[in-house]
Write a protein that binds this ligand. Structure first.
Ligand SMILES: [Zn+2]
Ligand SMILES: [Zn+2]
Length: 338
């Protein structure tokens, strides 16, 4: 029996990838279950952590074990880089900063987005449910959303002190110079890092294999997230990427091809959203229900589905294919017949 080997593989906390890049497998809540943190080491042993993961006891244990297996202490962690503000990437940054005493780096825009969502002055807990209610979400679901939003705090606490990455200049990690590339749509201010010499790209959730990154229209954030996302994809497509290291699933090589698929997917979803307006005006909630029919279980997924349906509807509006109107506190989208 080779049970020993398979058990070892099952419990592997990290994989060493080309160029000594270490992919750390961090557990997270369903439906994704896993996210990829990355660890890069300088010649002198100094460690950069990219995307530590969500705050949970299980995720903390993974980093403790990984450092132990590498024979490194918390002091060896010299910097933490966060690609974007989502809890599954940013959540553990403050905890790691407390232990290592090092800086946490994000783009200025991503930091502002973290403040908008989870800063001390954040009003998202009331604004997001109100926003979705105006887009037709029934009160019972809105109440669930309020609870869900409040439950995120422990996953992003403590919050780190953040330094801003200067996107005009290269950023050193693992003894190599990486080019920071800012995109949005999935998350405002999202940073990817490209190393021209190896063709490696740390791309967070900007481009994912198998999964289509969620596009979110949120109150107070980017009003045209799908346009921003697609512009970002067009920019990233120009890079000679050999291997992309994503925030979820496995590293992949078909980067430009994957971008083509994602661009096509969104054009198809725009057509689908437009056709739903053919017979009568609909609210964002109604369009969401049709677009994601049978694929939404629970408030967590509903929240992402709703914000993505709205992202598509406002893009139709921007392209002159739909128009929205607010009546009696509820917004509906109409098709424009050209
Ligand atoms: Zn994300
Ligand atoms: Zn993610």
């Amino acid at each position: 029996m080779d049970g020993g080997k398979s058990r070892r593989e099952e419990t592997a906390r990290f994989k060493i990838q080309e160029g000594g890049l270490i992919q750390v497998l961090v557990p997270m809540a369903p439906p994704l279950l896993m996210m990829n943190g990355y660890l890069l080491r300088d010649d002198d042993g100094g460690i950069t952590v990219v995307d530590p993961g969500p705050r949970s006891r299980e995720a903390e244990a993974v980093w403790e074990e990984v450092l132990q297996e590498l024979g490194a202490s918390w002091n060896a962690v010299k910097q933490i880089v966060v690609t974007h503000h989502h809890p599954d990437h940013y959540g553990l940054a403050g905890w790691l900063q407390e232990r290592s005493g090092c800086r946490v780096w994000m783009s200025k825009r991503a930091h502002a987005e973290a403040e908008l969502m989870w800063g001390p002055a954040s009003v998202m807990e009331t604004e997001l449910p109100e926003f979705f209610a105006r887009h037709g979400m029934p009160e019972q679901r809105v109440a669930e959303l309020r609870e869900h939003q409040a439950a995120i705090w422990p996953v992003v606490s403590p919050q780190p002190a953040v330094s801003h990455v200067e996107t005009e200049r290269s950023f050193a990690m693992g003894g190599r110079e990486w080019l920071p590339l800012e995109t949005g749509g999935h998350a405002a201010g999202h940073l990817s890092f490209f190393h021209p010499g190896s063709g490696q790209l740390l791309c967070g959730d900007a481009v994912l294999p198998q999964i289509s990154p969620n596009i979110s229209l949120l109150p107070g954030s980017d009003p045209e997230p799908l346009r921003t996302f697609m512009d970002g994809l067009s920019m990233l497509r120009q890079l000679p990427v050999k291997t992309a290291f994503p925030g979820h699933r496995e590293p992949f090589g078909y980067f430009a091809g994957r971008i083509e698929q994602l661009l096509l997917h969104h054009e198809e979803r725009l057509d689908a959203a437009e056709s739903l307006l053919a017979d009568r005006p609909r609210s964002g909630f109604e369009v969401c229900g049709e677009l994601f029919r049978g694929r939404i279980s629970g408030i967590h997924q509903l929240r992402f589905a709703m914000s993505e349906a709205l992202a598509h509807l406002v893009e139709l509006e921007r392209r002159g294919r739909a128009v929205s109107e607010e009546k009696n506190g509820e917004i509906r989208f109409y098709r424009i017949d050209g």
